[in-house]
Design a protein around this ligand. Sequence first.
Ligand code: ATP
Ligand code: MG
Length: 544
Amino acid sequence: MLFSIKFALSFEPVINSAINKNLNMLKISAMWCGIYAILDCFFLLIVKYIKENILKETFVNLKNHLFTKILKFNTEAFNEFNTGTYISILDNDVKLLGDSYYNNILSLYNVIVSFIFSFITVFFLNYTITIILIMVAVSSIIIPKFFDIKLANLQEKYSENMKRYTSQIKDFFDGFQVIKSFNIQDKIIRSNAKLNKIREKSGCEARKTVYLAGWISMLFSSAMYVITYVIGGYFAIIGAISVGLVISLSQLIGGVVAPLEQVPAILAEINSTLKIRNKLEQIINKKVHEEKGQDLRDLPLEVLIKNISFNYKNSEVMALNNINMKFKEGKQYAIVGESGSGKSTIAKLLLNFYKYNNGEIKINDIEISKIDSSYLYKTIGYIHQNIFLFDETLKNNITLYNKYSDKEIMDVIEASGLSEFIKRLPKGLNTNVGENGSIFSGGERQRIGIARALICKAKFLILDEATSSLDNITANEINNSVLSLQDTSTIVITHQLSYNLLSKCDYIYVMKNGRIIEEGSLEELIDNKLYFYNLYNVNEKYII
Ligand SMILES: Nc1ncnc2c1ncn2[C@@H]1O[C@H](COP(=O)(O)OP(=O)(O)OP(=O)(O)O)[C@@H](O)[C@H]1O
Ligand SMILES: [Mg+2]
């Protein structure tokens, strides 16, 4: 800053020596003018580098903070937005905040310092000019204030449209196969083009308003230059100041005017991010359950579901109605029932993914919400209906980045029927599985999911339709190996009522419309000759 003031003041001797036709003085003053110009530019470069480094750190920290917070949400909180929204927040909103908030906060410091120094210098050189400049400056700050609210709304609209666009694009790419197989490309292209246009239009409106605020400031700054030259010229005529000083003053006015020109636009942009900042703060301040609970691993376990009723937040229909179940360590269980009867919902409640409305779920008399989540997930393993694979090696997808011995890995590969399949892969366990395991069949993905759950050695293992994509022979082999695992109680969720599978279970719960309508051993249920018996008869005709 000091150098730019020195640079501005160094014009005075240059101009004055030219007017006085003093060549020697011109040479010396020109040399100093050059030195200050170089120092000033060099300083600007350093400031820019420092600013970029600060911005980089801010971006990294903010994105890490948001990502960590989102990953700590429980399933219910996470489901409040779709994944596209989170991607948009981490990508678009953070960028918008970087450009319009952090960048401008740093610029604001810069221009304020520049303004104060230049202003003080001008004041000491000529206070009349300074007082007139203050009057113009104040109006240049006040007028663009009227743009603040409009800009905040425009920025919020832009962020909202970016979010919709990103969510939609993600949805379309996730559903690529569906789009192809139902030949709806044209519809999708049209829908994408429409949203794309809306997004860019709102971006364009926001940018135009920012520019308008800046443009008004520009008008005021031009007025300031005119005032400086006219009044400075007058003082030069009456001999109060030299012509060289008028030129130096006009250069210094740049340090006063430029900030004034920029400040309203900077403030307008900073204020425009208010709603986006509130949105991000909402995520950052969201309460996550991090209570430390008990370790359950070494006790003989009993899971008790008592009078549980539950409906999903976005649905009025009760997914579960007054459910009572008991699972004891060492026994094998099955939950059967038609599609939509609530089987997977029970598994999700057991894993504390959602808060239930009524009743209680306890493991050894401890409410599951009081159990530390890391212990809970070690106690209850869950093989999801839809296996998600990370774009990583097969080995990392099974171990999920935890350390296991080669023997442990080979054992679960064997139990989940993957040995032959892995032998055929050129890179074996080190094969990359592609995005969500795109290079594998549905059945292969299921077997990887089974291996992933088995390796954790949970006391209870929930297999949610875990073998539904497999042929009957492979499915039987895997069910046999899982159900014969020592130290593991399996809860098989299925709508395939095969004798082979159910005869290995000690107890079966039969569900319909969110209720348990029958329960007992396979023999008892067959003897009852009720709902289960009818379903079972139909199934057994088709399934080995
Ligand atoms: N995230 C959700 N939001 C709202 N409703 C849901 C959600 N997940 C499931 N449901 C509803 O809850 C009910 C029970 O679903 P659930 O997934 O437990 O059934 P299921 O017995 O596992 O069925 P399937 O055999 O088809 O897997 C269904 O009516 C379903 O539409
Ligand atoms: Mg299900």
